[in-house]
Design a protein. Sequence first.
Lengths: 303, 286
Amino acid sequence: MVNLTTNIGNLELKNPVMTASGTFGFGTEYLDFIDLSLLGGIVVKGITPKPRQGNPYPRMAETASGMLNAVGLQNKGVDYFIEHIYPEISHYGTEIIVNINGGSVEEYCEVAEKLNELDKIRAIELNISCPNVKQGGMLFGTHCPSAMAVTKAVRGAFSKTLIVKLSPNVTSIAEFAKAVEDNGADSISLINTLLGMAIDAKTRRPLLSTVTGGLSGPAIKPVALRMVWQVYNSVKIPVIGMGGIMNATDAIEFILAGASAIQIGTANFINPAVSVEIVNGIKTYLEQNKLESVAQLIGALEC
Amino acid sequence: MGNFSYGSSGIENYALVFITLRPTLIAQMKKLVENFKVNTVKQLNKEFFVLGLQSEKQLPEILPGQFVQVKIEGSAKTFLRRPISVYDVDFMNRTLWLLVKIAGEGTKQLSRLHPGEHLNIIYPLGNSFSLNVKGKVLLIGGGTGVAPLLFLGKYLKSTHNITPDFLLGYRSKELVIEPEKFETTGNVFITTEDGSLGHKGFVTQHPLLYDDTKKYDAIFTCGPEVMMKAIANYAKAKNIVCEVSLENLMGCGIGACLCCVVDTVDEGNVNTCTEGPVFNIQRLKW
């Protein structure tokens, strides 16, 4: 019997597989396909203090081995989440982690404070890396003093596990990792999408209404692996790796690079049962390699 | 929900349309992922082909207007699934048909499938056209948009005893899609842009729409957005109930990615994949 549990700060997950924010709705969208209680956790769609309509259509463009999106944090706001969504999803039998967003430090704190009151929410993911909003988002995640300030403030507003989601659109990701660790983060998740764009040569127009958007999918996996490895070697807190994971082998590569847990994103769109398949695949890998636990694999890369 | 306006149509009209036409039950149907066997790949002309897909199991309920998400195998260029409307269903023989237009790399790959190969699909997805319709019904399709209308026409004929009128628009005679299937289902009127068959011009220019003896109770349409917008304006002016089936770009098809949104008067951006693809025109900010 292999031990799949893994720890993210004080939070123990039954296995290292989570679903990434913005790719899994609130979990309800996947109930027809999988038993959600088999997952380590679900990171739900990003929440803001007030409802947001998001960006105009078109918001998506397929690219080689991936896709661009420019959704722009469409959501019904934190109060709607607490009143209508939380009661429905808090009994799924898996950790529900809320991805939080804001246009200012105060807005991030407002969301964090409200979520701190919810018993079944034992962790939040502070999103300072959304590339598709004009205010907040990546502006915090690509300016180190801002990243430090928002982490410190949210740390003060939220007493449970605080995960900070980093942007890959920086020169030195390790610098940001250390900065948020020093300011109270319990864990770091990475990478959010890479800023990209796509053009229609026929019409000579961009394919996204916002011109630029966030690139995800296997196209970004080598960049993500590199960054997870660099961050793992720079901080002491656990790292959650993501970026183009399509199967269990991809997930194991991230764990070897130093991830204590991983998130499945875009792959959910193509195979809605992929997250559970990856849980099973990791188990099989451990058994075949005569390993007793996931912990033995974390950062086990031999260079 | 707040800051929206119902525009000139008026909330009363909007509500009435939904009470009279919207089925009370847009079934919360379970979505399935399944490998279908490719039975037939029928090339109709240089742009369109029909895939006949058979399931090993009994098919679930599938309604006219619903779609499937088809997995495209084996190319880095075609990463996401492709949403395709259900063209026809034979529940007895566990078979469904998809009408596909060769538009890019993904649909080109689908056209190269051979009988006996398998195709992975997620289905049934989305809502349906309003199926409690009564009276005279006009189905207007453009190009590949005729697909859900055949299924709808067959459904109305077999379950409601309604013989619909089809108004189908194509660029030219060579691109007309399986005319016999439509002719056995309803009265068919054709337009071609080059005049090689039927009335010359666009569907919106067909005399049928200006024949005052016709008095349609409902119009259902699917095709290029510019065509559907013109139909929507026509229906509004004539005060005819009208539903459109949208073909927005989709990431997931199951309501998770929020990429396929359309702007509505009551809720702002909503998912085309779960709230649609069929919308009453009164709900859209067109």
